[in-house]
Design a binder for this molecule. Structure first.
Ligand SMILES: NC(=O)c1ccc[n+]([C@@H]2O[C@H](COP(=O)([O-])OP(=O)(O)OC[C@H]3O[C@@H](n4cnc5c(N)ncnc54)[C@H](O)[C@@H]3O)[C@@H](O)[C@H]2O)c1
Length: 350
């Protein structure tokens, strides 16, 4: 079987980030003529303007036989794996056993396959993993630094941390070449609301900007002190850019004891989000033709479980190590992020 370069496997490729990463790798000048293997339990869509070959596979990654298929396509053994499939935070909190199966067992299965097939490749396979700030919980310093110990307070963060341990160990043994990005909460996320505790962080911008009603599970009114809940955010564009950069970081730039890096983000609050929404959007037109203040489309219904999960996540990080590795941050703060979403909306890409 061929072990030629620039064969990239993306799991979770029908998902929000996976589909954006597939497109970004396709467009990456540093990965010319890339061949893509796109896998998801839902049939993935090929990116536009493909230069190489694309194979889309509908597979259940909790089945080892399905995982093996990804390494046995006619395109050859992937040299890079973006491991991005998963059950999101609220989903894995509510269905613990499914969360374990998808968020830990299938990632272990994928690692084992990358180890096995990588042995016949020239170099170990790059294994890029989307971890999350949800690995943190409990008492935290004001600013999270690379040496801050992760003690998750939820099934999702626990699973991400377990996978990080496996990927670090597989990397130490030379089985794979791991790169682990602990992502900030991504906002504003396009598409339909996700089964994530953080879903509202995008929902309170996305739905009202489309003229649709939404529920904010934090606080019971615009005056609630709960709206000062701090959040650690990155725009989708910046997260995807960082995931592409992660592929190209030279091995010797990483510290020796871990491949974990907290991807850059910035601090905002639910209140600042709402202020940015009003500043960028103002009034919106409903389907009925009626014009309303955009904030009128938000119903406040405090959900203490949701609030507890999100409040357990840190909201301030030291970005310096990530910058040393060449990763980037949004420059325009919350207003910039909402403006970016508005542009995407106007282009019909959300
Ligand atoms: N969106 C965020 O704010 C955020 C933040 C931190 C980390 N992450 C991580 O980034 C990755 C992508 O997140 P997303 O927002 O695109 O999520 P998403 O829910 O849009 O995509 C996940 C994909 O995984 C697929 N999947 C689930 N079970 C599967 C199975 N058994 N076999 C094959 N595919 C399966 C789903 O069908 C879905 O398309 C995830 O690993 C997530 O944990 C996301």
């Amino acid at each position: 079987m061929s072990t030629s370069k620039n064969i990239v496997l993306v799991t979770g490729a029908a998902g929000f980030l996976g589909s954006l990463v597939a497109q970004a790798i396709q467009d990456d000048p540093q990965t010319p003529n890339v061949h893509l293997i796109l896998a998801d339990i839902v049939e993935p869509t090929a990116p536009s303007n493909t230069s190489g070959n694309v194979i889309t596979l509908k597979v259940d990654l909790t089945e080892q036989s399905d995982i093996e298929k990804l390494f046995e396509t006619k395109l050859g053994i992937p040299d890079t794996v973006y491991c991005m499939h998963g059950i999101m935070s609220r989903g894995s909190e509510d269905n613990f056993d499914l969360g374990l199966k998808v968020n830990i067992d299938s990632v272990r299965g994928l690692l084992q396959a990358a180890r096995k097939y990588g042995q016949s490749a020239e170099n170990s396979i790059k294994f890029i993993f989307t971890s999350s700030l949800a690995v943190y919980g409990g008492p935290l310093p004001d600013v999270v630094v690379p040496s801050t110990i992760a003690t998750p307070e939820g099934a999702y963060g626990m699973a991400k941390l377990c996978c990080e341990f496996f990927i670090n160990e597989y990397t130490r043994r030379g089985f794979v070449n791991g790169r682990i990005l602990r992502l900030p909460t991504i906002a504003v996320r396009g598409g339909a609301p996700a089964a994530a505790s953080s879903s509202f962080i995008s929902g309170i911008i996305r739905e009202p900007m489309k003229g649709l009603p939404t529920v904010c599970p934090i606080g019971n009114s615009l005056d609630s002190p709960e709206l000062d809940l701090a959040l650690w955010i990155s725009s989708p564009r910046t997260v995807v850019r960082n995931l592409v950069i992660a592929k190209h970081i030279p091995d010797n730039k990483f510290v020796t004891h871990t491949r974990v890096v907290c991807a850059p983000g910035f601090t905002t609050t639910v209140r600042e989000e709402l202020e940015a929404l009003r500043a960028v959007s103002g009034n919106v037109m409903l389907q009925s033709g009626k014009e309303v203040d955009v904030l009128e489309l938000i119903e406040f219904k405090d959900d203490p479980t949701n609030r507890r999960i999100v409040a357990s996540w840190p909201a301030r990080f030291d970005n310096s190590y990530a910058f040393d590795l060449g990763l980037v941050v949004d420059e325009g703060g919350m207003i910039g992020v909402v403006e970016e979403f508005k542009r995407e909306l106007e282009r019909g890409r959300t």
